[in-house]
Each structure stands twice: as C-alpha cells, then as structure tokens.
Design a protein around this ligand. Structure first.
Ligand code: AMP
Ligand code: MG
Length: 504
C-alpha cells in the first residue's frame, strides 16, 4: 500500500501513549519530530504484536496508520524524543552517541499491563546525528524484523519490530539503497550507555533520577529496598547473565556488544552485524568491523561482564557514600556475573542434552563439554548437532551420525557414555526426546536465508522470501516436512566468506 494522499484528511489511529520517560526525565533527551516519508509503503506489520499492544492492526495498515508509521503524522498523545546516551564501542569510550537516527514516540501499556516503548529507527536526523543522515536502509530494517521475530519465537528476550515502512527515498551507502523506517517495541530503551552519558558529565542528580526511574520500571520490587542501587545492579547482572546464556544456547552472535547496545531490561537490542554460528567454533566472528574478534561467539559472556562493570561504575556514588566501600560492593556484584552465567549456561546445556533429571552436575558438565568438543573437532553444525541428538535419544542415531563424517567413531563412543547417563533417570526415551526438541530448535535465522530474503526485498522488491522465512521461524521447535530446506546450513565455502556489516 502506498500513500501520496493528503494526510490532513486522515483520521489518525486511536492510540493512548503514556510518556513516562519524557515526563520524568527532563534533561535526558531532546524533543524532536520525525522527518517523514516521501511515499510511505507498508512492507511489514506485526499483527500479533499489534494485538498484544492493544492496537487495531487493520487501522495501522490503513493509509492513516501508514502516515504515522512513515513519520508523516505524529499522534496527539505521542511525544517524540531523541534520547541521550554514551557508550563504549569496541572498548573505546564515546561520551556522546544518542539517538542519531531514532526517536522514542512514546510508551504503551500492553494487554498484560507491561509498559513498552514504541520507537522509530531511520526517522531522520536529530541533534545527536553528527555526520550521519539519520536514515536506515530497507535491508537492515528487515534484518531487525526477521532476527527479532526469530528470537521472540525462541523465547529469548528481545526488542521486536511492529512495522517496517519503505520511505520511497533512497539512502546513500556504498550505493543508493531503498530507505525504510523500523518501528521498534522494547521493554525500554535504557542502556548501559544511558547511565554512562551522565556519569561522564559528573551529573549525579540526573544519574539518581535515571536509576530511580529504571528501578520503578524494571525492578519495582526494589523501590523501597535498602541498598536498592546495589541490588538494581545485581538485577541487571542477573538478567544479562540469563540473556547471554540463551544467546549461546542457540549459537547467536550479537556482533556489536557495545555498551550502548546493552539494555537495562535484559532484552536483546540492535540486530546489526548479528549472525548464527553454523559449524561449532567459539572463535567464530562474522562482523567485518570486528577485526580483533572482540565480539566472537565465545567471548560474549566475558564481554557482557565487562559492559556491566562499566554500568556498575556509573552508580558507585549511589551505592555507598564511601568510595572504597562502593567500589568493593560493586566489584563483588560484578564478580557475581560469572557464576550466575555458569548456572544458566549449565542448566541450559543439561536441558539441551536431555540430562535435566537426576545425575550429578560435574559428570553432566563433562559430558556436555565433550559433546561440544566433538562438534568443534568435526565441524558439525551446532543447531543440527543438538537437534539430531534428540533423535538419538529416541533410538535413531543415523541422522546424528551423518553429521559427523569421519568422526562417527568418536561420536559413537561418546553416545555410549551419554546413554549410560540417560538410563540413570526414570524418564522414558520418547519423553526425553520430546523435551530435547523443545529446547533445541530445528529452525534458526540462518545467515544465508536472511541474506537471500533481504536481497530479494532490496534488489527485486520481492517480499515473498521474507514472508516465507518468517513463517518458518515462527515455529522454531516444530519440524515440518515442507520446510526441510530451512534446516540446512549454507555450503561451508559460503559460510567461510560470510561477512556481516553494521546496520547503518
Ligand atoms: P547503532 O549502530 O544504530 O547502534 O548506532 C550507533 C550510534 O550511531 C548511535 O548514536 C546512532 O544514533 C548513530 N548512528 C548510526 N547510524 C546513523 C545514521 N545513519 N545517522 C545518524 N546517526 C547514526
Ligand atoms: Mg545501537
């Protein structure tokens, strides 16, 4: 659907934004308006998410809805703002980043009573834009759509796309590309970098305001707690430890784990140079700009701990009046990341291996590590390796054995040990296999599939591959005969030269 019609004649969809960020955090943002689109065309609307938000999807897909999603009309209850934030990018600190191509339109209370941010990405320049054009290209916008939906279907905390709109204007990168606006839904857009912005300026008053706001929004149980700032830090640590374990469990590489891309809510944000590992190798990096491998798959837990240390630093003055005490307490909290992460990761690994009933933790960990070592040694696809292990739990070893090639002898020996362990528990084989299938997806957003969908949309205006891919990714644990192609990794030579680029 395309609009060149006079937006003044349209009835803007009914929507009741409630803008706590704009209301409570004056001085942490700039009021700003979206640039608008030349001829907005709806590329994708998330009808399920619209319903969750209490929005009428038909209304939002209409010309009046499109006028809003294309940035040409701002609903009366919205208060668009560009948020200030700073951030460590690849380890180097930038004291001022901020929403250079994004705007928070406002917040909605969803059907479950949760406050959700509704924000644009690619809606034009703001005072934070510096040299950038404030725009986004269609391909990267659709990557956010696809990978965000894939993560949501996997049950992994994530921001999600509500809509993607083509603006009808080109954006200039290494070549002209179709421009687009993403409408993104998030538990909030508070980032580690939001706190860093005010810490870097020594603005204690704003930091306290931000922390109080964040606690009310994300950790309301702590509002009246003594020690609430320390406990807030611990709570963010816990959410992020759980999140990164979930990423690791599906082979997800975020690709640009800068502190401005690390949320306070514990949701995954910013699907730029992200990718999924295929042949299992912790050193895997796909991002063209990550030349040092800082954000390699296996480095993600350590990087997250580092990012959270930067977060804790910003709150030291609130944690304790005595700087020595504050530092000691924050350090303790940060040191808690690794054991928290290990707890999540080990319990996930046990579930992935069908070992989460009985057995001893040390023996199970050894078994899991041995399996990972085998996957790595024989360059087995991470996703298929675990999924086909579920078939083996049900007595069908062939699909798993096929993946191992010459490593089949080593696999059989390991499988013998695993069977001994499975027999220690009372769970029957079919139930164990079913439980394993519920944690080991058969469909992930495979890099070559995502690329093909983006290329079709960008180069040939063909949205069919994206729709098809989204339909498959909506049921990641449920294998369907017609979708067999989507289970397969790219040819190894293609994966070997696969590179991702930042979504600018
Ligand atoms: P992102 O890669 O979206 O996380 O952005 C990192 C920082 O660069 C943020 O401050 C963005 O606002 C800014 N930025 C990225 N792309 C653009 C762009 N095209 N125009 C203006 N600012 C941008
Ligand atoms: Mg970002």
């Amino acid at each position: 659907m395309e609009t060149d019609i006079d937006t003044a004649t349209l009835t803007t969809p009914r929507v009741a934004f409630d803008n706590s960020y704009a209301r409570d955090l004056e001085g942490t943002y700039v009021r700003w308006q979206p640039a608008g689109s030349k001829s907005a065309r709806l590329v994708w609307l998330n009808r399920d998410l619209a319903a969750e938000l209490g929005l009428d999807a038909d209304e939002w897909a209409s010309p009046a809805g499109l006028a809003v999603l294309g940035g040409n009309v701002v609903p009366a209850s919205a208060q668009p703002i560009a948020q200030a934030y700073a951030g460590h990018q690849f380890g180097g600190f930038s004291p001022q980043l901020g929403d250079g191509r994004a705007l928070l339109l406002g917040e909605l209370i969803d059907r479950h009573g949760r406050r959700r941010d509704i924000a644009f990405k690619g809606s034009g320049r703001t005072p934070f834009s510096r040299g950038g054009d404030g725009k986004a290209a269609l391909g990267p916008v659709l990557r956010e759509v696809i990978v965000g939906e894939a993560m949501a279907a996997l049950g992994i905390p994530t921001t999600r796309a509500l809509a993607a709109v083509a603006t009808g204007e080109p954006v200039f990168r290494d070549r002209p590309l179709p421009g687009a606006i993403l409408t993104r839904v998030a538990a909030s857009h508070l980032r580690v970098g939001t706190f860093q912005f005010f810490a870097a300026r020594g603005d204690q008053a704003r930091l306290k305001q931000l922390a109080d706001y964040a606690i009310t929004r994300h950790d309301p149980q702590l509002v009246d707690a003594p020690d609430r700032y320390l406990r807030f830090v611990e709570s963010v640590i816990e959410r992020q430890a759980a999140l990164v374990a979930r990423w690791m469990g599906v082979g997800f590489i975020h690709g640009v784990m800068n502190t401005d891309n690390t949320t306070i809510s514990g949701e995954t944000i910013d699907y730029g140079p992200c990718a999924f590992i295929e042949a299992y190798d912790p050193a895997t990096v796909f991002s063209s700009i990550d030349t040092q491998g800082r954000y390699a798959y296996g480095n993600q837990p350590g990087i997250m701990q580092w990012n959270l240390a930067r977060f804790a630093e910003t709150l030291l003055p609130l944690i304790d009046d005595d700087p020595q005490h504050a530092l000691a307490r924050a350090t303790d909290a940060i040191n808690g990341f690794a054991p928290r992460y290990d707890t999540h990761w080990r319990s996930l690994l046990r579930a992935k291996l069908g070992l989460d009933d009985g057995g001893d933790a040390t023996g199970d960990l050894k078994l899991a590590e041995d399996f990972l070592a085998l996957l790595q040694q024989h360059r087995v696809d991470f996703t298929l390796g675990f999924r086909r292990l579920a078939e083996a739990a049900d007595g069908h070893d062939a699909p798993l054995e096929t993946l191992f090639g010459e490593g089949v002898g080593a696999l059989r020996s390991w499988l013998g040990d695993c069977r001994v362990r499975w027999q220690l528990s009372p769970t029957a084989a079919p139930e164990r296999a079913a439980a394993m299938r519920r944690v080991n997806p058969i469909y992930i957003a495979r890099n070559h599939r995502v690329e093909a969908a983006l290329a079709a949309a960008t180069d040939s205006d063909d949205l069919e591959p994206m729709h098809r891919l989204l339909a498959v990714l909506a049921h990641p644990f449920d294998e369907q005969p017609g979708d067999a192609d989507y289970t397969q990794p790219a040819p190894p030579e293609q994966t070997a030269c696969y590179q991702t680029f930042c979504g600018t």
